[in-house]
Design a protein around this ligand. Structure first.
Ligand code: ADP
Ligand code: MG
Length: 703
């Protein structure tokens, strides 16, 4: 969406890099391959390091691991060819120290430069070598006797390497782009009163690219310099605004008004349990949303076992009572099947017709389901991704429910929505309401960034009678003790899971591991009925085994992580996770959530292979310390960073150029506030900020 109102700044920032000197089509292509196309892209290509060339360090004072600039004379040169070509140059200075420069790639012209006695100035990080300190592939230059030996006056930026473009050329290009930075009046978009003492954009860019000699290098390197914070704020703000804009556009659509709740009330009365306070509160929020003529967009976060499914079922009843349809989509077939089973159990007694659609439903059966979905005969449709496929046409979809949102991307979420009666997503289409559920709580700050286009509700209370799961970490050598523990639990009528994981998570290898664990356990526990589930089995087989486990016919279920999400067997009270050190916190928490669902005291055993890495140790400790999904999510963020936590491609987030959510998360509340204020007071500025950083309307959605 070209924005002209911006005048000079917008035009200049969008000027192609090819307008710069020395940028022919080949260079432009290389830059474009890295997403660098405009002057602005170069301004925002920030250094990842700085080199301090403002001083020279005597060789004798060099410290291993500390980058420094050195100057001296070549004392000896050695070329070797033993295993691969190598060039070693010994350099000495007045401090009577010697430093070795080592090259593995070099040209003849370079060798010729290093004459004994020649003066060389170089920069790099010394490491201990065979003969004292050495620098591998230093940047260097020869100093001729005539002079030209002035030291730098500012810190030299080091940019992320771009293939086929030398560091010097890249630096020169970025320098040229910076020379064309517009003046502050043309460039600045943030009103001064919102800047809160932070530098202007122009000042911030210049500081980051050309830090003065007295700049606080440590904070620059940590990314926490006010200049960098300033850039991060504007970028986060732009993303926030673009999500808000998307939401506003969404709210401009019409949605079916679902006001009647007699059917939901009926379901509620027939449930074998009373809703928790949190479930009631969240359902009330949903009910209020559904009664409005605009589409609901609500995320329900709730820890594993908090009872999200029944809330979804209640919401679906509002659509059914209005004579329309609801769809529930889950990421795995196993989970979708379980939803189907629950929903049929709850809804069929009320006379509600529930249909099932997954990839495995084929041929005549599929044709029949599609027909029922298209005619409205099917009132609630449960399934996997198959629901979104072409050829699936709903008669009148009023509510799209997506479970385990983190497994789906933004546009998958939207794709299901587009199955609404309007279909094409154009202006006057009627858009279904959307309910998104996730059991992976994300820290509040991240939720703010990732879901600014959604309303968020939390089911922050577990159904009564659950006791927290006791978690222990055991070295794999203690496996025999565990076998006894399973024997005992099963003898007492309880059930257990044994989860096999491997670092190579190709289905086949994991399936084999599960198979051999299964065989081994069968030998050791002849009196226990043992089942096996893995991703390579036929759906029917898996389902039969799951069913037998659920019905208590199987005492021990050996499984791969296919059981991770959503599997619900309240009588199971022992969870054993093999190679637990290889799993992330979110996954461990999900797996552990399979137990502690009934009233029996439950435990989780994390079997690990020693030795443990620092990270793995911290993860296992966190698991032992807490059962709280939100605490675990915060810890996960700290250990892994937001990209992995959210799944970068999945959220459409994380295409940040400057901001880093794990580092800058503390800025989000401020960003949020600024965003609301800008939207209220200067929507035009908001548009321009989005245009500058996010570009067109779709950049973030097309991840
Ligand atoms: P999750 O939020 O992890 O998807 P589920 O919806 O699978 O959780 O619910 C977990 C279990 O708790 C199910 O067996 C469900 O029937 C049961 N449950 C849900 N709500 C309540 C409640 N208020 N009281 C007792 N049990 C409940
Ligand atoms: Mg669930």
């Amino acid at each position: 969406m070209p924005i002209r109102k911006g005048g000079v700044s917008v035009d200049l920032q969008q000027q192609p890099i090819s307008a710069l000197k020395g940028v022919g089509p080949r260079v432009a292509e290389k830059l474009a391959a890295r997403g660098l196309a405009t002057l602005q892209d170069l301004w925002l290509q920030l250094p990842r390091q700085y080199e301090d060339r403002t001083a020279i360090t005597p060789i004798r004072l060099l410290q291993p691991g500390v980058a420094a600039q050195v100057e001296g004379r070549v004392e000896a040169v050695e070329r070797g060819f033993r295993y691969r070509p190598m060039l070693r140059v010994a350099v000495g200075d007045d401090s009577h120290g010697t430093l070795v420069l080592r090259f593995f790639h070099f040209r003849a012209a370079q060798v010729a430069q290093f004459q004994v006695g020649a003066r060389v100035r170089c920069y790099g990080t010394p490491r201990p070598g065979q003969h004292g300190l050495e620098i591998v592939h230093p940047s260097y230059r020869m100093i001729d006797e005539a002079g030209d030996d002035a030291l730098g006056t500012s810190l030299d930026p080091v940019y992320p390497a771009i293939e086929g473009l030398g560091p010097v050329s890249l630096r020169r290009l970025i320098g040229q782009a910076l020379d064309r930075l517009p003046d502050e009046a043309a460039l600045e978009l943030l009103p001064r009163e919102l800047r809160d003492g932070l530098p202007s954009l122009r000042e911030a860019l210049l500081t980051v690219h050309r830090p003065p000699q007295d700049a606080d290098v440590a904070s620059l390197l940590a990314g926490r310099h006010p200049a960098q914070r300033r850039l991060a704020i504007e970028e986060l703000l732009a993303h926030h605004l673009s999500l808000r804009r998307q939401r506003i556009a969404q709210q401009a659509h019409a949605a079916p008004v679902l006001r009647k709740t007699a059917l939901a009330d009926k379901l509620r009365k027939r449930l074998p349990f009373a809703l928790t306070g949190a479930q009631q509160r969240v359902f009330e929020q949903i009910r209020a949303d559904l009664g409005k003529p605009h589409p609901m967009l609500r995320l329900v976060q709730g820890d594993v076992g908090s009872g999200k499914t029944v809330v979804a079922a209640l919401a679906a009843m509002c659509a059914v009572e209005a004579g329309q349809q609801a769809a529930l989509m889950a990421p795995t077939e196993l989970l979708a099947e379980q939803h189907l089973h629950n929903l049929r159990g709850w809804l069929e007694p009320l006379g509600v017709r529930v249909a099932w659609l997954a990839g495995k439903v084929t041929g005549k059966a599929r044709a029949k389901v599609l027909e029922d979905v298209a005619s409205g005969q099917a009132q609630v449709v449960v399934g996997t991704h198959a629901l979104m496929q072409e050829g699936v046409a709903f008669h009148d979809l009023a509510l799209a429910i997506v479970d385990e949102q983190h497994r789906f991307g933004v546009h998958q979420r939207l794709a299901l929505r587009d199955k609404g009666s309007g279909g094409s997503g154009n202006g006057d289409a009627i858009v279904p309401h959307q309910l998104v559920m996730t059991a992976t709580p994300i820290p509040r700050t991240l939720a703010m960034a990732a879901y600014a286009d959604l309303d968020v509700s939390a089911i922050d209370e577990l159904p009564p009678g659950r006791t927290p799961v006791q978690t222990v970490a055991l070295s794999a050598e203690r496996r025999p003790e565990l076998v006894e523990r399973i024997r005992k639990a099963c003898a007492e009528g309880r059930q257990a899971y044994w989860v096999c994981t491997l670092i190579d998570d190709s289905d086949e290898v994991v399936a084999q591991a599960a198979q051999s664990t299964y065989e081994d356990l069968c030998k050791r526990l002849p009196e226990v009925r043992i089942g096996l589930v893995h991703g390579r089995m036929k759906a029917a087989e898996k389902q039969a085994t799951m069913r037998a486990f659920k019905d208590g016919e199987i005492g021990l279920l050996v499984a791969t992580t296919v059981i991770e999400v959503g599997v619900d067997v309240p009588n199971a009270s022992l969870m054993i996770i093999e190679n637990a050190e290889r799993l992330g916190l979110a996954q461990l928490h999900q797996l552990r959530g399979r137990v502690g669902r009934g009233s029996a005291a439950s435990s989780c055993v994390l079997l690990y292979q020693a030795p443990l890495s620092q990270m793995a140790r911290q993860r296992l400790e966190t698991m032992r310390e807490t059962n709280d999904g939100f605490v675990i999510a915060e810890k996960d963020l700290e250990l892994r960073g937001p990209g992995e936590l959210l799944g970068t491609r999945q959220t459409g987030l994380a295409q940040f150029r400057v901001a880093d959510l794990s580092r800058d998360a503390d800025l989000l509340p401020q960003v949020h506030e600024m965003g609301e204020r800008l939207l209220r007071e200067s929507p035009e500025l908001a548009e321009r900020i989005v245009a500058r950083w996010v570009g067109g309307a779709v950049r973030f959605a097309a991840a």
